[in-house]
Design a binder for this molecule. Structure first.
Ligand SMILES: Cc1ncc(C[n+]2csc(CCOP(=O)(O)OP(=O)(O)O)c2C)c(N)n1
Ligand SMILES: [Mg+2]
Length: 554
């Protein structure tokens, strides 16, 4: 008799072929054969407390490793619980595979336990969503789903595997188990367009570049650095591209972006869409030439006209443009000294204006002081994660990751609750790194029980809660729109001592009310070697400028 293999073991073989070392999951009867396959293939199974966390962790794993992440959840509520994580990965262009269970094909539409139209639900928020029809095709469809994750800008895929398909055994030689099935999808960009970009650079007096998340996704740090340093182009960074240039680099700018984009004559947008974070592209100088480089042709020219669009891999394109420009007698670099000085002066002024707030001794603690202390505390090896509303908006202005790939935020879905999962994925994938996550108390509450998973899997991290006993970012909007006396509806949380919660679950916990205690508490969390929560009581009545400027409140 020929050797046989079950569907779950075929899943594990396909994951192994893709280089997946860990799956994030919450168990269910529909999916246990996958676990059994993982045992054989040496793939680690991390079981979490909520499927949303499993999906966010797969997203986070992809961001940190550059490989696709994988989450496995049971049918019905297991899969619906994971929807938010998949949706977040979709908007953040993060490659991950969600595998969901499904009732047996033999009971199709008979009302089996947890039967739902998963594929229909997932189709709009994935690049690929399908049912596996037979056991022989299990590994084949897994490889197909991974391939689809890399079409254009990356994103999530979804597969549902009916229970009888997963559990059945088929002859090994009848099953396709792909091993080499993926080609590089990197595109170099149209050479003519690259020449045009080199021309534009040669003529620009006041260029500025925005390096967006795709710079990190494509691991284009070196190309970006060579480009901005070689051509003297001031750089701003957003999303996961924060840290591409280290703080203090002559081309690193942060606080003068609005000024730069109003005054510039050439604006190069790399790997980030003209979405709400960019005012839909409306805030750029009307006279500037605008160049957009993106992995996805659909993002280029969306929401505003551009002078030049280049579709492809940001790293390859920036390298090619730098090369094309360096071949010219005059590439414009020398002419831009004054422009850089001008921006540096704006930058320094903005920093100095804010500094007293960052050093404030006020009690309750000024959120600026908290994020300042965190920024001072970060090392080159600390991965910083922001998960919250107003408190994280403060941190976006002040916290500067010291190295590339050391910043994680949900991305344009703005999903609260990513923090614990990202910390889990980051520490698992990079045990050599320190992980620090700043939570809002509201955000923490969504997925906070997975602190227990961090303890169970011995994944130390430094959790900091900016606790204002409120959903403050929303409260601000209510106060602005309906008046202070009607502002406390649906946004008020209890005064929870989250430090005690951490201790209850086996971690390190502290309460901080005096700003002078923030730094020592952070140090103790670092030294504890445990998952930790430093619960910092911040002033609920101060709001971040970014919150107050949000157009939705105007
Ligand atoms: C999953 C999810 N639900 C709701 C929101 C809407 N929302 C945006 S900010 C915010 C308040 C967050 O409160 P907290 O984390 O305590 O941060 P704070 O604003 O108080 O600093 C809410 C509810 C969201 N972004 N994501
Ligand atoms: Mg809060």
């Amino acid at each position: 008799m020929s050797e046989t293999i079950s569907g779950g073991h075929l899943v594990a073989k396909a994951l192994k072929a893709e280089g997946v070392e860990v799956i994030y999951t919450l168990c269910g009867g529909h999916i246990i054969d996958i676990y059994d396959g993982c045992v054989d293939e040496g793939i680690e199974v991390i079981d979490v407390r909520h499927e949303q966390v499993a999906a966010h962790a797969a997203d986070g794993y992809a961001r940190i490793t550059g490989k696709p992440g994988c989450a496995v959840v049971t049918a019905g509520p297991g899969t619906t619980d994971a929807v938010t994580g998949v949706a977040n990965a979709f908007r953040a262009e993060s490659p991950m595979l969600l595998i969901g269970g499904q009732g047996a094909l033999s009971q199709h539409k008979m009302g089996s336990l947890q039967d739902l139209p998963h594929v229909d639900m997932m189709a709009p928020i994935t690049k690929f969503a399908a049912t596996v029809p037979t056991t022989e095709r299990v590994a084949d469809l897994v490889s197909m789903a991974f391939r689809e994750c890399y079409h254009g800008a990356p994103g999530p895929s979804f597969l549902e595997i009916p229970r009888d398909v997963l559990d059945a055994k088929v002859p090994l030689d009848k099953a396709r188990i792909p091993k080499n099935y993926r080609a590089s999808t990197r595109q170099a960009g149209d050479p003519e367009s690259i020449e045009r970009l080199a021309d534009m650079l040669a003529h620009a007096e006041k260029p500025a570049i925005l390096l967006g998340s795709q710079v990190q996704t494509c691991r284009a740090t070196d190309a970006a650095i060579d480009f901005v340093r070689g051509l003297n182009v001031p750089a701003y960074m957003n999303g996961s591209a924060r840290g591409t240039l280290p703080p203090g680099d002559p081309m690193h700018f942060q606080l003068s972006r609005r000024y730069a984009f109003t005054e510039a004559d050439l604006i190069i947008i790399v790997g980030t869409p003209f979405d709400f974070r960019m005012g839909y592209g409306k805030r750029l100088s009307p006279t500037a030439k605008v160049v957009q480089i993106d992995l996805d042709y659909r993002t280029v020219g969306k929401n505003r006209d551009i002078d030049l669009g280049i579709v492809g891999d940001p790293g390859l394109i920036l390298s090619a443009a730098a090369q094309a420009a360096s071949g010219r007698v005059e590439n414009g670099a020398a002419r831009r000294k004054e422009w850089i000085e001008e921006l540096r002066a704006v930058e320094t002024q903005a920093y100095e204006k804010r500094l007293p707030r960052q050093l404030s001794d006020a009690q309750p603690i000024d959120p600026y002081r908290l994020v300042h202390e965190i920024n001072e505390f970060l090392t080159e090896d600390t991965i910083y994660i922001g998960d919250g509303g107003d408190i994280v908006t403060f941190s976006g202005q002040v916290v500067q990751p010291k190295s590339p790939g050391h910043w994680m935020d949900p991305g344009p879905l703005g999903t609260l609750g990513v923090g614990m999962a990202f910390a889990m994925a980051a520490k698992k994938a990079r045990p050599d790194k320190e992980v620090l996550c700043l939570f809002g108390d509201g955000a923490f509450s969504l997925t906070g029980w997975d602190f227990e998973t961090m303890v169970r899997f011995d994944l130390p991290f430094i959790g900091v809660i900016g606790n204002n006993s409120s959903m403050n970012q929303i409260r601000y909007g209510q106060a602005a729109k309906y008046g202070e006396d009607r502002a406390r509806v649906g946004n008020t949380l209890g005064d929870v001592r989250y430090g005690e919660f951490a201790k209850l679950l086996g971690g390190h916990g502290e309460e901080v009310r005096d700003p002078a205690d923030i730094r020592p508490a952070l140090e103790r969390a670092r030294e504890s070697g445990k998952p930790s929560l430093i619960n910092v009581w911040v002033d609920p009545d101060v709001y971040a400028p970014g919150t107050m400027n949000q157009t939705m409140y105007k």
